[in-house]
Design a protein around this ligand. Structure first.
Ligand code: UDP
Length: 386
């Protein structure tokens, strides 16, 4: 019988679900049939619905009132406030998690969301099977919110040295901290594509094979004015191929309907796609917000990043890190963006070569395999001890 595992996420943005799905797929690849992974969003199905409605506000808030999100992020970024939230607004989720544990009897509980770690540990430790291991997998990259740093879990998977520092300062013992990287789907964990593979993929995706290709995307919610940037590139007269992925941003997709590039060629404008790896591996640069999932996927795909936007709080550090290591440039204004693409698309561009080298040095395609192995080992050891 496969061992059940409970993976807790919330669909705020797309990174939490993407991380959990990547680890679940990796487990099935490496240890087929051994585990039965349940990925559950207890926030989306929360009762009272006020909690799920609050979570639904995440997308609109990020789109329309970034400053308010920044205020909320910083106001809640301390152990004291996180503790207060666990005992007030988030309290109903604890019961929901307890019910899930009682019905699934998981061999391990893994939280992929900053608001669920403490609740998961609390639900396990006060339930009928308190020795079930609880593991946190941090899905932010550089800035780690206080919500991630629960001392009550058995292991914390940390993406970066900055995250490790934060967890250690929060009092998590060194032996529970595992700096393994951020999970990335196995579709990205392949050797960086060469020109022949890029051209082949472009042909398959209906893009011009020989053209330097720019991919525009902006996380699962397509936030941050991606339609403005796509228009600027299409209307710039630059001889580049272009593809736009709007994610769940239907308004942007409608606004861009019928977009053509300088030569009159229609630009593919898509909604939420399931094959992001193909689009990234077909492109030469990606224009995006500084989302952690997109960043590690782009690094594994050998794709320099042109960053145009970020969510204050959890994404500010990502942007600084990428610019510091030379794998990304911050180009928020359309004019700067077009100038940078002009520079990078020039034949033999030294800027592009430098960025590609920095990207290759920062990619950690092995992260998911190591995270999956840690979870599998902890779950199996706990079952053997029980
Ligand atoms: N994504 C996807 N299809 C889309 C748009 C986005 O699969 O059409 C995925 C993307 O590949 C990444 C995640 O959604 O894995 C976005 O995560 P990120 O951390 O970049 O941003 P978030 O959406 O969490 O703000």
């Amino acid at each position: 019988m496969p061992l059940p595992l409970l993976f807790l996420i919330a669909d705020t943005g797309g990174g939490h679900r993407a991380g959990a799905t990547a680890v679940a797929r990796r487990l099935e690849m490496d240890r087929p049939g051994e585990f039965d992974v349940h990925i559950v969003d207890p926030v989306g199905t929360a009762s009272p619905t006020v909690l799920s409605r609050t979570a639904d506000l995440y997308g609109p808030l990020i789109h329309r009132a970034r400053w308010l999100w920044a205020v909320l992020y910083h106001a809640t970024n301390s152990a004291a406030v996180v503790g207060l939230m666990q005992h007030s607004a988030l309290r109903p989720l604890r019961g929901a998690i307890q019910e899930l544990i009682a019905s699934l009897r998981p061999a391990a509980v893994v939280s992929f969301h900053p608001l669920l770690n403490h609740l998961a540990a609390d639900a396990v430790h006060s339930g009928a099977h308190p020795t079930v291991p609880v593991i946190t997998v941090i899905t932010d990259l550089v800035d780690v919110h206080a919500g991630w740093a629960s001392r009550d879990v058995d292991a914390v998977v940390i993406p970066s040295p900055g995250g490790l520092d934060r967890c250690r300062r929060a009092g998590i013992p060194a032996e529970r901290c595992h700096q393994l990287g951020l999970p990335v789907d196995s579709a990205f964990a392949r050797p960086i594509p060469d020109d022949a593979e890029r051209r082949g993929l472009r042909a398959r995706l209906g893009l011009a094979e020989e053209r330097f290709t720019v991919l525009v995307c902006s996380g699962a919610d397509g936030s941050g004015g991606l339609d403005r940037r796509a228009r600027a590139i299409a209307g710039s007269g630059l001889n580049v191929g272009l593809a736009v992925i709007c994610g769940r941003n239907e308004r942007a997709r409608k606004r861009l309907r019928g977009l053509r590039d300088w030569s009159g060629r229609p630009v593919p404008v898509l909604g939420f796609v399931a094959n992001m790896a193909d689009w990234m591996r077909a492109a030469d640069v990606v224009v995006t917000k500084a989302g952690p999932g997109t960043i590690v996927e782009a690094l594994c795909s050998g794709l320099p990043l042109l960053l145009t936007w970020y969510i204050p709080g959890q994404e500010s550090g990502n942007l600084e890190w990428l610019v510091d290591i030379g794998a990304g440039r911050y180009v928020p204004r359309p004019r700067e963006l077009v100038d940078t693409i002009t520079e990078l698309a020039a034949p033999g561009s030294p800027g592009l070569a430098t960025m590609r080298a920095a990207v290759a040095g920062a990619a950690r395609p092995e992260a998911t395999e190591r995270i999956a192995a840690l979870i599998a080992d902890m779950a199996c050891s706990a079952v053997a001890r029980a």
